[in-house]
Design a protein around this ligand. Structure first.
Ligand SMILES: Cc1ncc(C[n+]2csc(CCOP(=O)(O)OP(=O)(O)O)c2C)c(N)n1
Ligand code: SF4
Ligand SMILES: [Mg+2]
Length: 765
């Protein structure tokens, strides 16, 4: 909490050294600024901002309301709504997350609602790669947000303070992005100085003042009215003027910040540029690398320097012209291509800035470097300088645009083959026989003995990158034992995807597709329809009856948060496919953040446990009931701990997907790493989850619910507390001070179980 001590503005404020990564520094700044609210959704490498704040919140270090969104689009909406309420708002994201939020960004800038968004930059998909480049932040250049660049953890800390002041300036009133390099800055710890005088910080950031808020009953306001020509274009003139105002305001705020902190930022960072003949222009951490090379080349008498904008929007045109005025040649390195434009965005904008200056004749070479986290070494900077020196000497540019240190690959040198693709005949062994009971109209399944199933080759090859004990693979193996014929799988992003396909290898011996986990269901539904359409047109052979290809989307529980909209759309259209969710109760692939399926009170890296907080604060999502409400032909729950039950259900799922429409199945799937158990504890933990009725096994077939395992009926009912005591992530719930929380989850579990049993017992339900 900030205290109310008097403040002093003379000279740098009291500060302490710390050793922090860029993400941690951004989180510290958020704490020190005292934002009202953060709306967020995890994505590597920015997740740590929310995680760090979550831990701090649990320990009572700040009072920021932390709202876990259902996806970045939701997070952006939460932030926009909160900012309309007049408080200070924060978000952090990267890559696909930024793109998923993109649609909301112009809404916010267009209605002039300030907030701060930290972007830990990462390459955009596809293919998926989690490491740094600037292709994500380049996408938002047209979003109307101010964009500040932060070259190291110190700058990530500092720019957050500047961002609040710049964005909220009455002449500006725009949202602000602070962008720092994923991993290179977000994860590398460096020494930083952080403020140690809360009252002075409070005085520096001041109070947010909004001309209007959505929370003032005395002054109702219409935000975002429908607007047409000519008002819209006039409105955009105002938005343009706000950016122009930012151009004036930014140097003032930077100067104030310099006085406050002792750290002097300019719109353009110019290193040894006073007499430079050639320059290298780079963004963020690569520019820092290049400074060492400048020092070395200067020792050889070469007049070189580095230029690096600290501000991308508004683009510091005048400063760029000034700093490059006497430079004969410059290499502009872009960590992101504007495909087809013959230059990355930075080089295009620098060329445009110089072209407007009649006194400038700097030759510009555009180079694309470091995509997808490709390292940028001293040797790379040196090569750029040599190219610029050659251009300066010869007075001409031989290669205006080029990819640096990369090539288009060699068709002849494809990846070494792994196991050969598997043929449908090899895996169609009749391990499950599905028949319809004429009386009940339900499907019945007869399974071959388990030992016989071991002879079925798997559609997934041995060898994957999952943790020992991971439950996903036994689950998939069980499904593949009984599924017949040709299968096409689509995996949404998550552990199962990441651990089975690391280029150039794939563990899939059948056709596999990846799409991001917000849109897999829609993607697969498109493929399903193309399959049937091409059969209808005679372009691909019609399969014999009962032998249609089966399309399965494999998703984690997280995918059923962010991807819920696409999945529900798919369900309502009733495409002939299966959605198979392995529920490990969290976003495990990104380091165990809470999903909406995470049970109440469970500890995750965004629902931390401390003196002030005790795990997740809302109950787990009842996804099977949501899909049941879509009136699908078949919905089921299962667990890899009950193979025969699961295999019966997945066989029925295939029948329904072939004959009637969409199936959804949720399978409780063991995750020893993040549940904090022994690797071999699956059987015990899953059994208790089922026996305590937290995870009931049931199916909803043509609208009729049937509990397929009733622990009450066979005297195996256990307490929820027994299950919670088996996992490190939940042990805290058994502490005396958490008795009320324990009661809440017990109550919820019992309530849902009772309803289910009533449905199961009633012939109409
Ligand atoms: C739009 C977008 N936001 C966030 C991410 C980061 N991300 C990738 S996988 C994942 C978690 C997936 O959770 P879940 O579906 O439960 O699968 P699990 O990792 O648990 O296997 C997240 C948050 C992303 N790739 N794209
Ligand atoms: S984190 Fe969990 S779900 Fe992911 S691979 Fe490891 S055990 Fe499996
Ligand atoms: Mg999960």
């Amino acid at each position: 909490m900030l205290d109310k001590a008097p403040i002093t503005r003379s000279g740098p404020v009291r500060q302490v050294h710390d050793f922090k990564s860029g993400n941690e520094a951004a989180a510290l700044a958020a704490r020190d600024i005292g934002f009202h609210l953060m709306g967020y959704f995890p994505i590597t490498p920015s997740t740590e901002v929310a995680e760090t704040l979550s831990k701090m919140q649990a320990d009572g270090e700040h009072e920021i309301a932390m709202i876990p969104a259902d996806g970045e689009h939701g997070a952006a909406g939460i932030c926009y709504g909160a900012a309309l309420g007049g408080g200070r708002v924060l978000n952090a994201t990267s890559s696909q997350g930024l793109l998923y939020a993109l649609e909301q960004l112009p809404v916010q800038s267009g209605t002039r609602v300030p907030m701060v968004l930290n972007v830990s930059t990462r390459t955009v998909s596809g293919p998926l790669d989690i490491r740094c480049d600037h292709s994500d932040v380049y996408f938002v250049l047209n979003a109307g947000w101010i964009i500040l660049m932060a070259r190291d953890p110190q700058a990530a800390y500092d720019m957050n303070f500047a961002a609040v002041r710049i964005g909220e300036h009455p002449d500006v009133r725009l949202p602000v992005i602070v962008a720092y390099d994923g991993f290179l800055t977000s994860h590398q710890k460096r020494r930083i100085d952080r403020f140690d005088d809360p009252a002075a910080v409070r005085a520096f950031v001041g109070e947010r003042e909004d001309p209007y808020t959505a929370l003032d009953p005395d002054r109702p306001v219409t935000f975002g009215p429908y607007m047409n020509d000519p008002d819209l274009i006039n409105n955009k003139v105002q938005q343009h003027e706000a950016m122009e105002a930012a151009r004036r305001v930014i140097p003032d705020i930077f100067a104030e910040f310099a006085e406050f902190s002792g750290r002097d930022y300019r719109s353009v960072d110019a290193y040894r540029m006073d007499d430079a003949d050639v320059a290298l222009v780079l963004l963020n951490s690569a520019a820092e690398n290049a400074k060492g090379v400048v020092d070395r080349l200067r020792e050889d008498g070469l007049k070189v320097g580095v230029v690096s904008p600290n501000v991308l929007r508004p683009f510091p045109t005048d400063e760029i012209r000034r700093v490059l005025k006497n430079v004969r040649a410059a290499v502009v390195g872009d960590r992101g291509d504007s495909y087809g434009a013959e230059g990355g965005n930075l080089s295009l904008e620098i060329r445009a800035a110089l072209q407007q200056d009649p006194d400038n004749s700097t030759l510009v070479l555009s180079r694309i470097y470091g995509l997808g986290g490709k390292d940028f070494y001293d040797a790379d900077a040196e090569e750029f300088f040599r190219e610029a020196l050659t251009a300066a000497e010869t007075g001409k540019v031989d290669v205006p645009f080029e990819y640096h240190g990369a090539y288009a690959g060699d068709d002849a040198a494809g990846p070494a083959p792994g196991l050969p693709p598997i043929k449908s005949e090899e895996v169609t062994r009749g391990m499950a026989t599905v028949t319809k009971n004429a009386e009940t109209e339900r499907l019945e399944v007869e399974l071959k003995p388990l030992w016989e199933m071991t002879t079925t080759p798997s559609r997934i090859a041995p060898g994957h990158g999952a943790c020992p004990g991971c439950g996903f693979f036994p689950m998939l193996r069980q499904a593949y034992n009984v599924l017949e014929g040709n299968i096409v799988v689509l995996f949404q992003t998550g552990c199962a995807m990441v651990t089975t396909t690391g280029y150039p290898k794939t563990a899939h011996r059948i056709t596999y597709i990846h799409n991001l986990f917000q849109n897999g269901a829609a993607t697969l539904s498109g493929l399903v329809e193309m399959y049937h359409e091409r059969i209808r047109r005679g372009e691909i052979p019609a399969p014999p009856e009962d032998e249609d290809t089966t399309f399965i989307m494999v998703t984690g529980d997280g995918g059923m948060d962010i991807g819920m909209g696409a999945a529900l759309g798919t369900a309502h259209r009733n495409h002939r496919m299966i959605i198979l969710e392995y529920d490990n109760q969290g976003y495990m692939n990104t380091g165990s953040q809470l999903s909406y399926s995470t049970p109440y009170g469970h500890r995750t890296s965004t629902s931390e446990v401390g003196n002030n907080l005790s795990g997740k604060r809302f109950h787990h999502k009842d996804t099977p009931q949501i899909f049941a409400a879509c009136n699908l032909p078949y919905v089921f729950t299962a667990s890899e701990g009950y193979p025969e039950d699961f295999m019966r259900k997945i066989s029925k799922a295939q029948w329904y997907a072939r004959h009637e429409g969409m199936v959804y199945g949720k399978v409780l799937s063991f995750c020893p790493l993040n549940w904090r158990t022994q690797d071999d504890a699956a059987q015990e933990v899953l059994q208790t989850a089922i026996d305590c009725c937290f995870f009931p096994l049931y199916e909803v077939e043509k609208g009729h619910t049937l509990v397929t395992y009733d622990p009450d009926a066979i005297g195996r009912r256990r307490q929820v507390a027994d299950w919670l005591g088996q996992m490190g992530k939940t042990k805290h719930m058994l502490a005396k001070e958490n008795a009320e929380r324990l009661g809440m989850i017990e109550h919820e579990v019992q309530k849902r179980w009772q309803r289910l049993k009533i449905k199961s017992e009633h012939p109409e339900l």
